[in-house]
Design a protein around this ligand. Structure first.
Ligand code: COA
Length: 258
């Protein structure tokens, strides 16, 4: 079951952090549905391997540029270069993120700053750099940020990432208000635990918490990358045209409280 195969035909998209995990699933679906897609991240070896896999396994041509979302000037040049090569930029998916488990009382100020810088400042840098191109999108530019349900609940032992994601959500609301006049929609998707991602492998499975976490998910399974990709496609397609400044939660009704 999927969207019609030409759902994203004629659209151009950049997925930051698109070489791996949820980002790669988003790239795959956008590409299969007809979008021309670019990815960026810090590690060229990951980008190269991903582009090769997208071509061989999925039959889609994806372009890449090395870039660090923390470097405002650098990422601005990367996004301009990508938009030139793709012939415009209709969709920006702010997916690049960094995270690690650390009790907050032990977290160094540099550790805090690093995650805020990648997740929150990096999202701001990309949105601002993409705006001139998104403004020109013929059917309205789209920004979709990948957040987390922990942005609302708090994220014990990942307070840096929880705070950054809460900031991203607020940023999307501000952008939806300020940039609606340019036809730009800004939304965010909040995934629960998604199987096969570094987040679940490292933060849940490696900590021996899989059974405990699954008990808190009424639908009884971890999500799949495609579940998040489907949400991103809806928000960035013409079908999501009147949706802006809001959240789409994709978490199997997970409950982290009682
Ligand atoms: N526990 C505590 N502090 C940590 C840490 C951990 N597991 N990992 C990094 N830090 C701290 C570092 O000690 C450093 O602070 P310090 O200078 O006070 O010692 C600070 O964070 C920056 O770390 P550094 O590794 O120099 O930064 P980086 O820019 O190279 O990488 C990350 C930052 C977040 C990308 C890195 O931690 C990482 O590779 N994480 C795993 C990959 C990832 O995040 N994937 C996304 C999954 S959702």
């Amino acid at each position: 079951m999927s969207f019609a195969e030409n759902t994203m035909a004629g659209k151009t998209a950049l997925v930051t952090g698109g070489a791996t995990g949820i980002g790669a699933a988003i790239v795959r679906l956008l590409g299969k549905l007809g979008a021309r897609v670019a990815i960026t991240s810090r590690k060229e070896e990951n980008l190269k391997a991903a582009v090769q896999e997208f071509a061989e396994k999925d039959g889609i041509d994806v372009i890449y540029r090395v870039g660090d979302v923390r470097d405002a000037d650098g990422i601005k040049a990367v996004i301009a270069d990508i938009a030139t090569e793709l012939g415009g930029l209709d969709i920006l998916v702010c997916n690049a993120a960094g995270n690690f488990i650390c009790p907050t009382e032990e977290l160094s100020s540099n550790g805090w700053r690093t995650v805020i810088d990648i997740d929150l400042n990096g999202t701001f840098n990309c949105c601002q750099a993409a705006l001139p191109f998104l403004k020109k999108a013929t059917r309205g530019g789209r920004i979709v940020a990948i957040s987390t349900t922990h942005a609302d609940s708090g994220w014990p032992t990942a307070a840096h990432a929880g705070a950054a994601k809460a900031g991203i959500q607020n940023l999307m609301k501000s952008l939806s208000a300020e940039w609606g006049k340019y036809g730009v929609r800004a939304n965010w998707v909040s995934p629960g635990p998604i199987e096969g991602t570094e987040g679940v492998d490292r933060l849940i499975i490696a900590q021996g918490k899989a059974a405990e976490v699954l008990k808190r998910i009424p639908l009884g399974t971890f999500g799949q990358g495609e579940d998040i990709a489907n949400a991103v496609v809806f928000l960035s397609s013409d079908m999501g045209a009147y949706v802006s400044g809001t959240e789409l939660v994709v978490d199997g009704a997970a409950r982290w409280g009682t």
